[in-house]
Design a protein around this ligand. Structure first.
Ligand SMILES: NC(=O)c1ccc[n+]([C@@H]2O[C@H](COP(=O)([O-])OP(=O)(O)OC[C@H]3O[C@@H](n4cnc5c(N)ncnc54)[C@H](OP(=O)(O)O)[C@@H]3O)[C@@H](O)[C@H]2O)c1
Length: 254
């Protein structure tokens, strides 16, 4: 009997955590669509890596801050599904793309607030709304939050608030989409060594040590610590996990 290969769409799959998720998901036997904002070459390299694992893959450009483009983006998704994957729907959506802006609550400008809101909250809200027409029943949505939504660390008031909003949204989505058997969960990474925030966790040795010292497992995270958890949520074994926040931080700020 033919088994239908599931397909995951990951926003921001060109680098960092999204890239790691994409490859981990492919290793579980799913096909993958990734998006990139500006780094097409990196995205194409991820597609090649996934294909070398024996799975199908495609990359599409998407600026999650620009909700006016979402309808045309999903037209491109439909075309890719037809041409590359020989189907018309996908199964898992991972809202991963994001940026950080470091500023105090008092210092945060309206422009910074709007930019964070557009990328971290409004974008995933409406991308998910529009994705539902192109998603099969029985799949899942994974929203990427942060440890900073559980504890406060000065400099992240606006960023962490947007992530807090997506955590609340997750519960509402899980409740409303349950009738379609779509599971909705949050994965909240701790501090991870990527390009995020200018690469500070990776490149600033003092910060890296400070973060390691407040982590039970004694180090900061690496992309490999995250991708496999998201990939697990895209498997049949995770079918009964719904409306949960899974923090993947090595035990930060316990
Ligand atoms: N790293 C951490 O310590 C950490 C901790 C907790 C949560 N997170 C969250 O994890 C997610 C991924 O972060 P990361 O560490 O992987 O960051 P990263 O290495 O900087 O990668 C960011 C990714 O998002 C894409 N992106 C950025 N702005 C975008 C936009 N306006 N529209 C569409 N795509 C956009 C980038 O695309 P291009 O490559 O094309 O620019 C890239 O693929 C974010 O939501 C972040 O908030 C990160």
């Amino acid at each position: 009997m033919a088994i239908n290969t599931k397909i995951a769409l990951i926003t921001g799959g060109s680098r960092g955590l999204g890239k790691n998720m994409a490859i981990a998901i492919a290793k579980k036997g799913l096909d993958v669509i990734i998006t990139y904002n500006s780094k097409k070459e990196e995205a194409d390299a991820v597609v090649k890596e996934i294909e070398s694992l024996g799975q199908k893959a495609a990359s599409l450009q998407l600026n999650v801050a620009d909700s006016g483009t979402f309808d045309s983006f999903f037209e491109e998704v439909k075309t890719a599904l037809k041409e590359t994957f020989k189907t018309d729907k996908f199964d898992f959506l991972i809202n991963n793309a994001g940026i950080g802006i470091y500023n105090s609550f008092i210092g945060t400008t309206e422009a910074e607030f709007d930019q964070l809101n557009n990328i971290q909250f409004k974008g995933p809200f409406f991308i998910t709304q529009k994705a539902l027409d192109v998603m099969n029943d029985g799949g899942g949505i994974i929203n990427i939050s942060t440890g900073l939504a559980r504890f406060s660390s000065p400099g992240y008031a606006a960023y962490a608030s947007m992530k807090g909003a997506i955590e609340t949204l997750t519960k509402y989505q899980a409740k409303e989409l349950g009738q379609r058997q779509i599971k909705v969960n949050v994965v909240a990474p701790g501090a991870i060594e990527t390009d995020f925030g200018g690469g500070v966790v990776r490149d600033n040795e003092q910060l890296n040590q400070t973060l390691s010292s407040i982590t039970a497992l004694g180090r900061v995270g690496l992309p490999d610590d995250i991708g496999g958890v998201v990939a697990f949520l895209c498997t049949e074994d995770a079918r009964w996990i719904n409306a949960q926040r899974i923090e993947v931080s090595g035990g930060m700020n316990l």
